[in-house]
Design a protein around this ligand. Structure first.
Ligand code: G4P
Length: 541
């Protein structure tokens, strides 16, 4: 198979949801279709259970699971599908945001009982920022959920995206009869408790066909009415609009009962984009380019504290990644090769000889790689789109054992390189401030610093609630701003100044009173468009 064919058969997507909507269950059913796993229960949930916020064994266990479930690949109808898993827990949202930079599309799972939940809205905001194509799966139709038209309106309103149902439910909960495939015009009947892959389909050429009464009884009329309404209200799905991230096709089903999943998967393979071009600081990079390029979007520390090596997850963007071949590490300006790169096939990890655009490879790393690093075949560009988002909780890291402060420095540097949280420094590095999205991240940091690095420490709460990266056209204006507010300014890992504000209100007034200084809500400000600056992206953090 040549490179063009390899690219054409790949689909790389992320699966996202608010915790408990059914992401793990759906992933498992997708893998079952692909024959990658043989039994239910093989995919472990990567979520931190609600009761387990201080149970560190649980955190360690989840870390193991999330290495195993980071990428799951399977084949279906001749396509090679890579699923990138994302943590559902809000406190690890940053990890999810970064994973979304490595996908070409997304499947979003929504619970039909709960509708659009907070975490779903935030994740969708990141998809919108990047115009990522989204397919929505409304799950748990076997439960008494919200009326489907009401859900459609809520999806459009809260997710700020046009929707287009491609299947439609007939009843719900105890009265759930099945789904009607609006495109293929067939009916797919539900049988409670039937979890097998085979399905019963009834072809319904015309909706006035009396066969509808035979199989649905009194629900037939409701279906006719619903379909008429749908066809009157929603335009037919335009694939270009879907691929531009403007309209989201919607499917209904029950992941637990493996119901409605095949419809979803068949459409996904048909319409989801193949590996798409990626922006770099120098030029867009097309996947069909001959020369290899890729970027690191995630780093996982080895679970064994005696070994300092880590696994870096690299998305291949162009050309062919090859084992044992030297590639150019753009940030270090040196060449580097990998003798044991891994690919992931559900439960198995295999050493790969080569990988194509859209694939994710796991690279053993002894500290050379950071999140956002680009590897190429010689060219010096860096991929855009792996930003750090402004954290919301800040704590000062204080060593409680001066004899171990070197270990503490090393530990915190490595943990922040892994993306566990962000490190800001003040006072030439003497004051270290950790910024995170959730409390759980601090618990992980303190636990790992103590256990892996033997560095006892304390995390002292700071009053800041918002952070913004600073730039200015006039360097003097920036220097002046920093000089007068040095308690509120720290440097990020690359030495860029960051303003720390006690409240959203203070930040807004600071922005208003300093028109000569620009405030950015993600670290990717060098090439940020104007709407990513000065506050309009404030809610993505
Ligand atoms: P997540 O990864 O998005 O967090 O969700 P997960 O798949 O773990 O599903 C959350 C809960 O919802 C699980 O129940 C799961 O069995 C259930 N679930 C998933 N899909 C459906 C569905 O279509 N219908 C119904 N009724 N339930 C569904 P749990 O009791 O929390 O866990 P478990 O003990 O069953 O694993």
């Amino acid at each position: 198979m040549d490179m063009t064919q390899e690219i054409a058969r790949r689909r790389t997507f992320g699966i996202i949801s608010h915790p408990d909507a059914g992401k793990t269950t759906l992933t498992e059913k997708l893998l079952l279709f692909g024959g990658s796993i043989r039994s239910a229960g093989a995919v472990k949930s990567n979520k931190i259970r609600k009761t387990a916020t201080s149970d560190f064994m649980e955190i360690e266990k989840q870390r193991g699971i999330s290495v195993a479930t980071s990428v799951m690949s399977f084949e279906y109808l001749g396509k090679l599908i890579n699923i990138l898993d994302t943590p559902g827990h809000r406190d690890f949202a940053e990890d999810t945001y970064r994973t979304l930079t490595a996908v070409d599309s997304v499947i979003l799972v929504v619970d039909s009982v709960k509708g659009v939940e907070e975490q779903t809205e935030r994740l969708m905001e990141v998809c919108r920022m990047r115009n990522t194509p989204v397919i929505i799966f409304v799950n748990k139709l076997d439960r008494e959920g919200r009326p489907p038209f009401e859900l459609m309106d809520e999806l459009e309103e809260k997710l700020q995206i046009a929707v287009r149902p491609l299947t439609w439910p007939i009843g719900m909960g105890q009265h759930f009869r099945g789904v009607y495939n609006l495109g293929e015009r067939n009916l797919y009947l539900f049988q409670a408790g039937k979890t097998v892959v085979e399905e019963d389909r009834v072809l319904v050429e015309r909706l006035d066909d009396p066969v509808l009464e035979t199989v649905l009884g009194s629900a037939a009329d409701q279906l006719r009415e619903d379909v008429e309404l749908i066809e009157g209200v929603y335009d037919p799905l335009d694939q270009t609009e879907y691929r531009s991230g403007n309209v989201a096709p919607v499917f209904f089903g029950s992941a637990l009962n493996n119901f409605g999943v095949r419809e979803l998967l068949e459409t996904f393979v048909r319409i989801a984009p193949t590996p798409t071009p990626r922006d770099s600081d120098l030029r867009p990079v097309d996947p069909r380019e001959e020369k290899f390029s890729g970027f690191v979007f995630k780093i996982h520390a080895n679970l064994d504290p005696r070994h300092r090596d880590r696994i870096a997850f690299l998305r291949v963007c162009s050309g062919v990644f090859r084992k044992d071949v030297f590639f150019h590490h753009v940030r270090h300006g040196k060449n580097i090769r990998f003798s044991r790169p891994y690919s992931f096939m559900a439960e198995r990890k295999n050493v790969v000889e080569e990988a194509f655009p859209g694939d994710v490879v796991g690279l053993y790393d002894r500290g050379d790689l950071k999140i956002g690093d680009t590897l190429t075949e010689g060219e010096g560009f860096t991929f855009r789109g792996v930003p750090s988002f402004a954290p919301e909780i800040f704590k000062e890291l204080v060593s409680t054992d001066p004899m171990r402060s070197k270990q503490l420095d090393k530990g915190i540097q490595q943990l922040t390189e892994e993306g566990v949280a962000q490190l800001f420094i003040q006072d030439r590095g003497r004051r270290k401030i950790i910024g995170a999205v959730g409390e759980l991240q601090f618990e992980v940091i303190q636990y790992r610093l103590t256990n892996e690095y033997g560095a006892a420490c304390r995390l002292q709460p700071l009053p800041y609630a918002r952070a913004c990266w600073l730039t200015a056209d006039d360097p003097k204006a920036l220097a002046e701003f920093i000089r007068y507010r040095d308690r509120h300014v720290a440097l990020d890992r690359d030495g860029n100044p960051v303003y720390l504000a006690e409240s959203e209100w203070m930040l807004r007034s600071m922005i208003r009173d300093n028109p000569g200084v620009r405030f950015h809500f993600t670290s990717e400000f060098k090439t940020a468009t104007s709407d990513e600056t000065n506050g309009t992206r404030a809610s993505v953090a």
